[in-house]
Design a protein around this ligand. Structure first.
Ligand SMILES: [Zn+2]
Length: 225
């Protein structure tokens, strides 16, 4: 990875709780942005070890499979690299430790745009109770974008690692419908910055989702993701 991008090339980082979350949250957008020449990266916060209710499932094998699936799905969409933080799946909290790790990644990668879930979303319609890990990852991601990453006195230990403050220019919050961005925040704020749906590339997006769901999910014992 080079830190020298042309002025028209964006570096974009999607931060999500579980392997396969990026595919249903921003898969079409990731493919579109990669096709446009932008650099797209994912950060997956948990290890995906709660992705099966099968009592005979080897959970270490499940972690390995889901990581492999996530990398394969990312390749289909043109995502350059996937960073795995390895937190335990199902019990994620927006801790200072997680916020520090995300701040470290943001200061290292220097993304122009960060995409994450909605930390305020408890329910999606009357069909889905949002997984608590999704909210926790989103809260930590938003807080890492602002104020942690651009504020010098926050996490001074990162300065000691040579990681200077970084201002993300845009924060995109995903919606409950696949491949749409619900809202956008810019730094500094712009009055017309909100609500920017992104077109999907359906075939590749579907292909990536099939990869992301094919191996690590056993029916009928599949819990909600
Ligand atoms: Zn999930």
């Amino acid at each position: 990875m080079s830190n020298a991008l042309s002025s028209s090339t964006l570096r974009i980082l999607g931060i999500f709780a579980h392997p396969d979350d990026p595919e249903f949250s921003m898969g079409g957008s990731a493919a579109l942005w990669a096709d446009q020449g932008h650099e797209v990266y994912y950060c997956i916060v948990t290890d995906g070890s709660a992705g099966s209710n099968d009592p005979n499932q080897d959970l270490r094998e499940l972690v390995r499979i889901r990581e492999e699936e996530q990398r394969a799905a990312a390749r289909v969409l043109g995502v350059r690299e996937v960073f795995f933080l390895g937190y335990k799946d199902g019990v994620l909290e927006p801790t200072l430790e997680l916020r520090r790790e995300l701040t470290r990644l943001i200061r290292h990668l220097k993304p122009d745009r960060v995409v994450c879930g909605d930390p305020t979303a408890f329910f999606y319609g009357d069909e889905y109770i949002n997984h608590a890990d999704h909210r926790a990852a989103a809260e930590a991601a938003v807080t890492a974008v602002f104020p942690s990453a651009p504020t010098r006195p926050i996490f001074p230990e990162l300065l000691a690692e040579g990681l200077e403050p970084h201002q993300v220019k845009e924060l995109y919050i995903t919606a409950d419908q696949a491949d749409h961005i619900r809202s956008t925040w810019t730094f500094p704020p712009r009055s017309n910055a909100r609500s920017k749906p992104c077109a999907a590339t359906p075939v590749r997006c579907r292909s990536a989702m099939e990869i992301g769901c094919a191996i690590g999910r056993q029916k009928p014992a599949k819990p909600p993701v």
